[in-house]
Write a protein that binds this ligand. Sequence first.
Ligand code: CMP
Length: 136
Amino acid sequence: MSERTLVLVKPDGVERGLVGEVISRIERKGLKLAALELRSADRATAEQHYAEHEGKGFYEGLLDFITGGPLVALVIEGPRAIAAFRQLAGGTDPVEKATPGTIRGDFGLEVQFNLVHGSDSVESAEREIKIWFPTL
Ligand code: CMP
């Protein structure tokens, strides 16, 4: 069954010129692009997107980071797209959790600056797609 998921190439990924690399890995995996936009996240969008982390120690820094420069938002689709992209991304911590061969494992060093975001469940994907692409 086909699924859709929300992916962000975060400002560190855009700044480092890794947008093409991320999209290439998504396409080579066999997933399809359903929407793609280079944009800046305003504070309200970032707060909505990261609502579940409100109150955590890293929350304010995370909002500053995600609103601090252009990012690329994508909707991708395919069979088990949510798990498939999380496999491509690797674990949240690029050193402790992500393994070589994954986006974070190959290119990341710090947990905040972990290059990409991917929805973690069907419910999150629906919620996040509405935030970034309300007309989709
Ligand atoms: P993401 O998958 O987008 O989901 C939440 C984000 O918060 C995560 O990637 C990281 O960018 C960030 N994050 C998670 N844990 C920490 C942490 N301990 N310190 C700083 N940032 C974090």
